[in-house]
Every structure is written in C-alpha cells, then in structure tokens.
Design a binder for this molecule. Structure first.
Ligand SMILES: Cc1cc2nc3c(=O)[nH]c(=O)nc-3n(C[C@H](O)[C@H](O)[C@H](O)COP(=O)(O)O)c2cc1C
Length: 166
C-alpha cells in the first residue's frame, strides 16, 4: 500500500493535494486513487504534510475511513496545526460501514473553523470486519468500494473540476 502514497503528479496544473489515511482495509485509499487521478492531485498521508505545504495548493481534499463516528484523529490533529486559512477550498470524503453523511460533520466543522471553504463531500460504503462483526458475519460490505462506488467517486471529482473550472 505504501507505493500509493507519495504519488506526485508531474503533470499537475491545478495544485490539488489529497490528504488521506486509510488504515483498516485500504478502502478509502481506493477512492483516493480515483479522485487524485481525475484531479491530477498529489496524495499524502497526514504524517507527510507540513503546515507550510498548504501554500503550494489551491484545493485540498481530506479523507479517511470513519472510526467511531468521525474521520481519523490524525486529520483533526493536522488541521489544528495549520495556520488560519483565508477561504482555501477543501473537500471531504470517506468510506464507512453505513453511508451516513452526518459523520462528516465534525471534520467539516474543524475545517470551517480554520477558514477553509468546504465545497463538496463524498461518501461510500467500505468493507468492515472489526470487532464482533468479524465473528458473526465474516464482515459486512464485502467488496466495497466496488466498481460502481469508484465510478461515483470519479463523477464526484469531475463535478469538482466543472465547479472550479480546473
Ligand atoms: C475501529 C473502527 C471503528 C469504526 N467505526 C465506524 C463507525 O462509527 N461508523 C461506520 O459507519 N463505520 C465504522 N467503521 C468501519 C470503517 O469506517 C470502514 O470499514 C471503512 O471503510 C474503513 O476505511 P479504511 O479501510 O480506509 O480504513 C469502523 C471501523 C473500525 C476498524
């Protein structure tokens, strides 16, 4: 999975960065790969981002699986370290065992408080076999994200491109 990170698009014209953490099954990384390809975005883990890196980008995507009702704590930690932004555009995505968009609220609040303008968000189901789920069902959402999810993620990125004329 490491080769997915540090993926630097030499042809990037739009200055897009995606900060993604995908620790459970790599589910969110599957989505991140599709979106970063469509947007010619650079893709990094939170631990690889320095607060000044943001100056190089016009649009930042924040993503992870949902763990206990919200995005991964490392994203919140990183955002706290950032300087106040002046309407820097951002978008959010995630995978989770249920598609409940309110689980984005905490991250959206954190970003808005830091001066980000959150322009869009995307969510889909991801395979989960954590805790008792493993013993009773062998996991839920098998093979998710699937082809349809990846297509929807690509459409989401295409919408952003249209919206921002990039
Ligand atoms: C510790 C843990 C907590 C989780 N909590 C939630 C949750 O609160 N709500 C939910 O819908 N899914 C929850 N999930 C399922 C994950 O969000 C889902 O499997 C996601 O696709 C994992 O993404 P990743 O493979 O990119 O890490 C949890 C999974 C783990 C391992």
């Amino acid at each position: 999975m490491n080769e997915d990170y540090n993926f630097k698009n030499n042809i990037s014209k739009h200055n897009v960065l995606i900060i993604c953490l995908s620790i459970h099954h790599g589910n969110t990384m599957k989505i991140a790969r599709v979106i970063s390809k469509k947007l010619n975005a650079d893709l990094k883990k939170p631990s690889e981002v320095k607060k000044d890196d943001l100056n190089d980008y016009d649009l930042i995507g924040f993503a992870s699986g949902i763990y206990n009702g919200k995005h991964h704590a490392d994203l919140f930690k990183l955002i706290k370290e950032f300087e106040m932004q002046k309407n820097k555009k951002a978008f959010i995505f995630s995978t989770a065992s249920v598609k409940y968009i309110k689980m984005h609220t905490a991250l959206k609040k954190e970003l808005t408080a830091k001066g980000f303008d959150v322009i869009d968000e995307f969510m889909c189901r991801g395979f989960m076999n954590y805790s008792f789920i493993k013993y009773f069902f062998g996991g839920i959402n098998k093979n998710r994200p699937n082809k349809k999810d990846l297509l929807r993620a690509e459409e989401f990125a295409a919408d952003i491109k249209d919206k921002l004329s990039i």
